[in-house]
Design a protein around this ligand. Structure first.
Ligand code: SF4
Length: 376
């Protein structure tokens, strides 16, 4: 008999759902397996949940280009099963096992890789994680059931090989463990202390250069500020025309439109303050550290094509989220968290990801020129 491996997780990761409902609004609502669709028909969910009377699933193109089932959306773009009280009608009527696998998995993410037990991380685009990262349930309790979940979508894989470490330097997956061991402690935040995102990125940049025996570039604050401004301007320029177009009647497009509008509002709110450093308080610093370490274990640098653009994107996202926070003093986790989640969702969105890839040279500048001096 083979035993189920214990998934790897980031130590001390805690989470509880805060019921913000962002995952029922801003994410693709599929693919859903035939089995789940048939199961909901057999349970006669249309009879018990009136909004689903005209159908609860539609077929459209899935992530692999094949036709797949997706849950229908309400006119405002939210999932057809989202109740007024923020709870899920399927869960309330028939329990978690009746829900599609992506709903059961979120906000966790399973990543498989050769020769190691799978890893389970919390996704930084969960809008309510900042409320529960200190007092929530340890995620180790929730991870094992994810291994046996029957998915309509494949689990994530660590596929990048070679892995870009620095400009022009890549390593094979066999060498990755040593890099991860070096990098992970640099993303940690001792309790009660704070660091700027620039300090975190700068010490990571120094360590990666040391590891490959190259001198790290001297931080250039002007170049850093220039890259911040260029990235913010580019994103606002590409999002604004999409947001200014009326979304029409298709609930799928309305859902996407609402998310892009929220993202543009975040970028606009941050624009005038982007060049002023706002300190994070110890709670926000702890939260940021947890987000970054979960992203590292989740190999979430892969979609951006390596460590430099990922760390550059983290610097940009924290600057944007901080600049959009109200007030002048140090920012607490509960203010930073939802804004950072919107940024992370934007960086994971299939459509907007290609804009980030266009911005890769500027993101690498942010990685190389972040200053360890909080006054710079
Ligand atoms: S985004 Fe996170 S906190 Fe909000 S409803 Fe979904 S799982 Fe819960």
């Amino acid at each position: 008999m083979t035993s189920t491996p214990t998934p790897r997780t980031v130590a001390d990761t805690r989470w509880d759902c805060g019921g913000c409902t962002k995952c029922c609004r801003h994410f693709a609502l599929g693919p859903v397996s035939d089995e789940i669709v048939q199961g909901l028909h057999a349970l006669q969910i249309q009879r018990d949940w009136a909004p689903a009377a005209e159908g609860f699933a539609v077929q459209r193109e899935g992530p692999q280009g094949t036709t797949a089932w997706f849950l229908r959306r309400r006119d405002d773009g939210a999932c057809i099963f989202l109740r007024e009280d923020g709870l899920c009608a399927v869960h309330a009527l028939h329990g978690a096992q009746a829900k599609p696998s992506f709903c059961r998995e979120y906000p966790f993410m399973l990543i498989e890789e050769p020769d190691l037990p799978p890893a389970v991380v919390v996704r930084g685009d969960c809008g309510g994680w900042a409320e529960s990262f200190q007092e929530g349930a340890p995620i180790v309790d929730a991870t094992t059931p994810l291994l046996s979940l029957k998915r309509a979508h494949p689990a994530g894989r660590f596929h990048l090989d070679p892995i870009p470490l620095l400009r022009g330097v890549g390593i094979g997956q066999g060498q990755w463990a040593a890099v991860e061991d070096r990098l992970e402690p640099l993303l940690r935040q001792p309790a009660g202390q704070d660091s700027t995102i620039e300090q975190i990125v700068s010490r990571s940049c120094q360590a990666l250069h040391q590891l490959v025996g190259r001198p790290a570039p001297d931080p250039d604050p002007e170049r850093y500020q220039g890259a911040l401004g260029a990235c913010s301007l580019h994103l606002r320029r590409v999002l604004r025309p999409a947001v200014e177009q009326p979304p029409g009647d298709d609930p799928e497009i309305r859902g996407m439109h609402a998310f892009l509008r929220e993202s543009l509002e975040l970028l606009d709110a941050a624009a005038s303050e982007l060049h002023h450093l706002r300190r994070l308080d110890p709670s926000a610093s702890q939260y940021l550290s947890l987000v970054l370490r979960n992203e590292l274990l989740g190999r979430l640098f892969q979609p951006l094509g390596g460590l430099p653009p990922w760390l550059g994107s983290a610097a940009l996202g924290v600057r944007i989220a901080s600049a959009a926070c109200p007030g002048q003093g140090p920012i607490p986790a509960r203010e930073l968290g939802p804004r950072l989640a919107t940024w992370i969702r934007l960086t994971r969105h299939a459509t907007t990801q290609r804009f980030l890839i266009q911005m890769r040279p500027a993101l690498i500048d942010l990685f190389e020129h972040a200053s360890p001096d909080p006054g710079a």
